[in-house]
Write a protein that binds this ligand. Structure first.
Ligand code: SAM
Ligand code: SF4
Length: 340
């Protein structure tokens, strides 16, 4: 009997190896962050969603093709029913070493009751999104969220030994003045903090021109107005962030600047939605249906063929614009659908 040769790794037409997969396990969320979704968000019909078993099969196919890092996101991943059974099942790839990292991006509201099990499944790092430390402002930006639940989630994650990174969307006229305090708070608790520029993804019912804050301005203000000394770091997380060491706190500060600094040259990632659509770029419409080939047969050959054809169409990069003349979002899908 001859062994079937291993399937080749995924390399796009620009020579970029695809080693990072983000899977949006649901488009639903228990919050409604104003820059992310409209208040009365229309969610996808449940029948369109991949089952957890199908998500496992899909993610495992990518792992077979060389994906080393897998991030579950959403919507809010922890609101997907039985999500922990998927995490538990995917953790087998951590055990074999095929996967170097299994992680989640979460808003933290449901984390308190899941943190210990996540740690037990080999989740070593979590990204928790948090835009303010003020209870009233938290309610305002999330439309109804309770900050104390997120804080309890952070406590539980740290108690379980999971490294936490805080992701903060920088918003003019909202949290701009609070950022130095948030940096000191996160670093004081041994957590990194990464600032993100708001991106023009999907209609949210809000005009982003008024809240868009270029991080180049914020960085200058941290140094000049708040006396923070930022030294560029050689650290790379494998993602698009650039990192700085903050002398005062000894902590790490990341900047994700899709708007002011195009980060596409080193892009190693693709995204799959909860309906099995593969998006090749966060800011472009290029996509491929993987649910059809996944459901067409129990063997994975059609799925792998669909993945190969899709990777061959990965665009070179995105071209986001936020200004008063360009009020249209770059894509009609919100970040919660594509998976942030
Ligand atoms: N619900 C989870 C959470 O909030 O962490 C995971 C999904 S959420 C879509 C992932 C990240 O995308 C969050 O950090 C959120 O702040 C960010 N995000 C959502 N919409 C965005 C936008 N238009 N521009 C920039 N970041 C956005
Ligand atoms: Fe939900 Fe995350 Fe979007 Fe906020 S950013 S509405 S928590 S999906």
């Amino acid at each position: 009997m001859t062994d079937t040769p291993p399937r080749p790794g995924l390399v796009d037409p620009f020579g970029r190896a695809i080693t990072y997969l983000r899977v949006s396990v649901t488009d639903r969320c228990d919050l409604r962050c104003v820059y992310c979704m409209p208040e009365h968000m229309e969610f996808l019909p449940r029948k369109d969603l991949l089952t957890l078993e199908e998500i496992d099969r899909l993610a495992s196919a990518f792992i077979e093709r060389g994906v080393k890092r897998l991030r579950l996101t959403g919507g809010e991943p922890l609101v997907r029913k039985n999500l922990m059974s998927l995490v538990r099942s995917l953790s087998r790839h951590r055990v074999t070493g095929a996967l170097q990292e299994l992680t989640l991006t979460t808003n933290g509201t449901q984390l308190e009751r899941h943190a210990a099990e996540l740690a037990d499944c080999g989740v070593e790092r979590l990204n928790i999104s948090l835009d303010t430390l003020d209870h009233h402002k938290f309610r305002q930006i999330t439309r109804w969220g309770d900050l104390s639940r997120v804080m309890a989630g952070i406590d539980a994650a740290q108690a379980a030994g999971i490294a936490v990174k805080i992701n903060t969307v920088a918003l003019k006229n909202f949290n701009q003045g609070e950022i130095p305090h948030m940096i000191r708070w996160a670093h004081g608790r041994g957590m990194g903090l990464t600032l993100i520029e708001t991106m023009p993804l999907g209609e949210t019912g809000e005009d982003r021109t008024d809240s868009y804050l270029p991080l180049s301005h914020l960085r200058a203000s941290l140094q000049e107005r708040h006396g923070m000394s930022l030294r560029e770091s050689t650290y790379r997380s494998g993602g698009p962030a650039r990192y700085f060491e903050v002398a005062e706190t000894g902590g790490r500060l990341g900047f994700i600047t899709p708007m002011t600094h195009n980060f596409c040259e080193g892009c190693n990632r693709v995204r799959v939605t909860c309906t099995g659509t593969l998006y090749l770029c966060l800011g472009q419409e290029d996509k491929a249906d993987l649910r059809g080939p996944l459901r067409a047969s129990e063997a994975d050959d059609a799925l792998h063929a669909a993945i190969d054809s899709a990777i061959a169409t990965k665009p070179k990069g995105h071209d986001f614009v936020i200004d008063r003349a360009t009020r249209q979002p770059a894509t009609s899908r919100t970040m919660s659908l594509t998976g942030g």
